[in-house]
Design a binder for this molecule. Structure first.
Ligand code: PMP
Length: 415
């Protein structure tokens, strides 16, 4: 399943890779499934499915609190999963990796603990115009609660952050910057290193929402020097309900727990609690054990394919699909940033995105339509929604060609 030969962009051994994903052979409405909704959630390789089945068949037990062998075995597996994530992100310490329910949960965690402790009346939180609702609402709510102000970095017509405006928005009032690594709607890859460097010059911490980056490129939190980085397991070919918050050790140590209860303590009396060390202080209750096991299997799988191979291969898919889409009369791509991941949003003049999605589905092609949880971004482009195709490394040029034909058919039917 590793890269076989090189033509311009890396060519992956797609036939074998596709065999690793059982769902890809499924028929939808009598047609071969073409799955272009990877930005919503990615499909799972057998390795992940087997790891989860193996957990329930052979390892099921609760972690951290048992002397018996099963409990000890699964505790080791769970903590090894954490080490796997640490290595994948190149974090300095495993205890800087907090398992969460997903990206939304991770951002809520940070907005809650950071917001309660570091944000006061008149302070500012800086996000961008292309953020997912999950990176808007937690900040909006904490700003409302604290009397702080939510500020927004504007974007240009190509869907890129206007960095000169960003610089102006960084002031002594800014308490945190929270922006996406890759936009789920536009595909824009934001210049996160520069964003972080500029914020750090003013001692402002930065959270990077990596939900859409993690499946497409290698992420090095130490090199990037972000203060917080989060992602969801299900977008990285792993299970739903598990995600990751990476945060710098010193920050985590200086902040109080998010939720409290079993697993978060050293000692408890009715008068007083001494909280556990990292990372347990932030993981209340029985965690999503099989989620962590499945996520570790997904990371192993992705690494076997090779993230650089994935990035290069997907660049080829992106270029091909963009080129073919632009040839269709009435199609307008929303988001033409110079640096993009394999996500394309488009509208078709005079047609409703939902109708296009339904007709494509009849042909077995799964795309996403609507606002993609980015309503303010839709408002920025003065549109209601887009059709979004988002590719993974198991997608092919042939699938794109089939989709293009399907789209032309849909347009003819609807006009
Ligand atoms: N941020 C971005 C950029 C996303 O694309 C998504 C999911 N579409 C989220 C946050 C939220 O992720 P989750 O639903 O897995 O918590």
């Amino acid at each position: 399943m590793i890269a076989s030969k090189t033509i311009n962009k890396i060519e992956l051994d797609i036939n074998n890779i596709r065999l690793d994903f059982p769902i890809l052979s499924k028929k939808i409405n009598g047609k071969q499934l073409i799955y272009f909704d990877n930005g919503s959630t990615a499909q799972k390789p057998k390795r992940v499915i087997k790891a989860i089945a193996e957990y329930y068949e052979n390892q099921n037990s609760n972690i951290h609190r048992g002397v018996h062998s099963l409990s000890q075995e699964i505790t080791v597996a769970y903590e090894n999963a954490r080490i796997n994530v640490q290595k994948h992100l190149n974090a300095k310490h495993a205890h800087e990796i907090i398992f969460t329910k997903g990206t939304t949960d991770a951002i809520n965690l940070v907005a809650s603990i950071f917001g309660k402790n570091r944000i006061s009346r008149g302070d500012e939180v800086l996000i961008s115009a292309m953020e997912h609702h999950s990176n808007i609402l937690p900040w909006q709510q904490i700003c409302l609660e604290k009397g702080a102000v939510l500020k927004v970095i504007p974007i240009n017509d190509d869907g890129e952050l206007i960095m000169s405006e960003y610089k102006k928005l960084l002031t002594e009032k800014t308490k945190i910057v929270s922006v996406s690594h890759v936009s789920n709607t536009l595909g824009t890859i934001n210049p996160v290193e520069e964003i972080i460097k500029l914020a750090h010059e003013k001692n402002i911490p930065v959270l990077i929402d990596g939900a859409q980056a993690i499946a497409h490129k290698s992420v090095d939190v130490t090199l990037m020097d972000c203060d917080f980085y989060c992602f969801s397991g299900h977008k990285l070919f792993g299970p739903t309900g598990i995600g990751v918050l990476y945060a710098k050790e010193a920050l985590l140590n200086s902040l109080p727990p998010y939720q409290v209860g079993g697993g978060t303590i050293k000692t408890v009396t009715f008068e007083k609690t001494v909280f556990a060390d990292l990372p347990f202080k932030f993981e209340a209750g029985t965690p999503h054990i099989e989620g962590a096991i499945g996520l570790a299997a997904a990371i192993d799988y992705v690494n076997a394919v090779g993230l650089n191979n994935i990035t290069n291969y997907e660049e080829g898919l992106l270029a091909h699909a963009s080129f073919e889409l632009e040839k269709i009369e009435g199609v307008k791509i929303i988001g033409k940033a110079k640096h993009k991941a394999s996500v394309i949003s488009f509208i078709v003049e005079g047609l409703h995105t939902l109708d296009i999605g339904i007709i494509l589905d009849q042909q077995g092609i799964a795309v996403r339509t609507g606002h993609h949880c980015t309503q303010p971004l839709m408002a920025r482009f003065a549109i209601d929604g887009t059709v979004r195709v988002s590719f993974a490394f198991y997608n092919t040029k042939e699938e794109i060609d089939f989709f293009i034909k399907g789209l032309i058919k849909a347009i003819q039917m609807l006009k």
